[in-house]
Write a protein that binds this ligand. Structure first.
Ligand SMILES: [Zn+2]
Length: 111
């Protein structure tokens, strides 16, 4: 079923229904068509089908801060590129801002 283009994801789950298939279909008729195609697969038993009418949250793990605008904690300038992070909470645009911030706060920096 991997080659069926309407299927977005095949999720293996625990329990009685151990495979959940997520598909994008344009009509009820294509659901019937998909069900017919799936029914011919040996060892596959269709327990139920649900139609997702609304997606409340489709969580995807964003590997980095894509589209998030960070502002330098010291100079308030927007950070372009990789931010310099201090203690995981303070972001700086450059090492000099980090150094100036740190010296004002009396924090020793490795830089
Ligand atoms: Zn700065």
């Amino acid at each position: 079923m991997k080659e069926m283009e309407e299927i977005n994801s095949i999720l293996l789950t625990s329990g009685d229904t151990n495979v959940v298939i997520k598909a994008t279909l344009d009509s009820i008729e294509s659901l019937a068509g998909l069900m017919a195609k799936l029914s011919i697969i040996p060892n596959l038993q269709i327990i139920s089908s649900q139609i997702v009418t609304k997606v409340i949250k489709d969580e995807q793990i964003i590997p980095r801060l894509a589209g998030v605008k960070l502002v330098c904690h010291y100079c308030n300038g927007s950070i372009t590129g990789e931010p310099i992070v201090l203690d995981g909470i303070h972001y700086f645009c450059c090492t000099s801002c980090l150094r100036l911030f740190s010296s004002e706060r009396g924090i020793a920096t490795p830089h």
